[in-house]
Design a protein around this ligand. Structure first.
Ligand SMILES: NC(=O)c1ccc[n+]([C@@H]2O[C@H](COP(=O)([O-])OP(=O)(O)OC[C@H]3O[C@@H](n4cnc5c(N)ncnc54)[C@H](OP(=O)(O)O)[C@@H]3O)[C@@H](O)[C@H]2O)c1
Length: 244
């Protein structure tokens, strides 16, 4: 493969958890992986691990809570790589375990929305011109079944007792962003989808979670590497379409 044919992927929150594994699986497919992380040392470590395994990788400082960091990161990627084929908006926080919708504090909601939805939107906005320029792009927004409106209103949902309203709302908004962005970029061979990784054993998922990171990364990686005739504007878990 010529150097210019090598695809470049940015994965946010790729220093640990599901994002780190998404980066590993994409790199194993011969894709150059830009490890996005807000912590330089941890991001560099994850990047070095990919390189030590013989993969092409780079590190990019990016804090999804800060618009300037997002803009600066994409500028640097443009200068260093001159292209971006794949964006995986994986970074996320869940900081409202104790709240229900009535005790939810505005600041908690704002912080969660910023990192989980507004940051990913800003990153889509910054990256799409690079994708349009080459008439190719794959965007995966790592959402959650907890953000599915169909699940929220279903009293029989296995997640009916799970509160985390800020987290849920942030993932509902992220799904809305997926749908709207997908609609706009359809003519440019840019496919945009949301993925739920399932309940995965990470710092966020906890030790009781049934899935390994390898399993949680599967659907995001599948969506990140779709053929041109693949789906767009959808929400997937275990490679199957699920309700918004
Ligand atoms: N685990 C599950 O069961 C599960 C289920 C459904 C959806 N998800 C989603 O999957 C994604 C990954 O979750 P995970 O389980 O791997 O969580 P995790 O282990 O807690 O990792 C979260 C990642 O996001 C990064 N991050 C948080 N805030 C950031 C910011 N402002 N800027 C840049 N990076 C930031 C973290 O960086 P630091 O190391 O610097 O904190 C870390 O790399 C999330 O979007 C989550 O909502 C997870």
């Amino acid at each position: 493969m010529k150097e210019s044919d090598t695809k470049v992927a940015l994965v946010t929150g790729a220093n640990r958890g599901i994002g780190k594994e998404i980066g590993r699986q994409l790199a194993a497919k011969g894709i150059t992986v830009i490890v996005g992380a807000r912590d330089r040392d941890q991001g560099m470590q994850a990047c070095d691990a990919l390189k030590a395994a013989g993969h092409a990788a780079d590190f990019q400082l990016i804090d999804m809570a800060h618009a300037n960091s997002i803009i600066e990161a994409v500028k640097q990627i443009k200068t260093t790589h001159a292209r971006l084929d794949i964006l995986v908006n994986n970074a996320g926080i869940s900081i409202d375990f104790e709240n229900d919708i009535f005790s939810l504090e505005t600041e908690v909601l704002q912080n969660t929305l910023q990192t989980n939805a507004l940051g990913p939107l800003a990153l889509c906005q910054a990256c799409i011109p690079l994708m349009k320029a080459q008439n190719y792009g794959r965007i995966v927004n790592v959402a959650s079944t907890l953000g599915s409106l169909a699940e929220i209103v279903d009293p029989q949902s296995p997640y009916a007792q799970v509160a985390v309203p800020a987290y849920r709302l942030s993932k509902t908004l992220l799904n809305g962003i997926t749908a709207l962005v997908a609609k706009e970029v359809r003519p440019y061979n840019i496919l945009v989808n949301s993925a739920c990784p399932g309940w995965v054993r990470t710092a966020m998922g906890g030790e009781q979670a049934p899935l390994k990171v390898q399993e949680g990364a599967d659907t995001p990686v599948w969506l990140a590497t779709l053929a041109d005739d693949g789906p767009t504007g959808g929400f997937f878990r275990e490679r199957q379409s699920i309700p918004w």
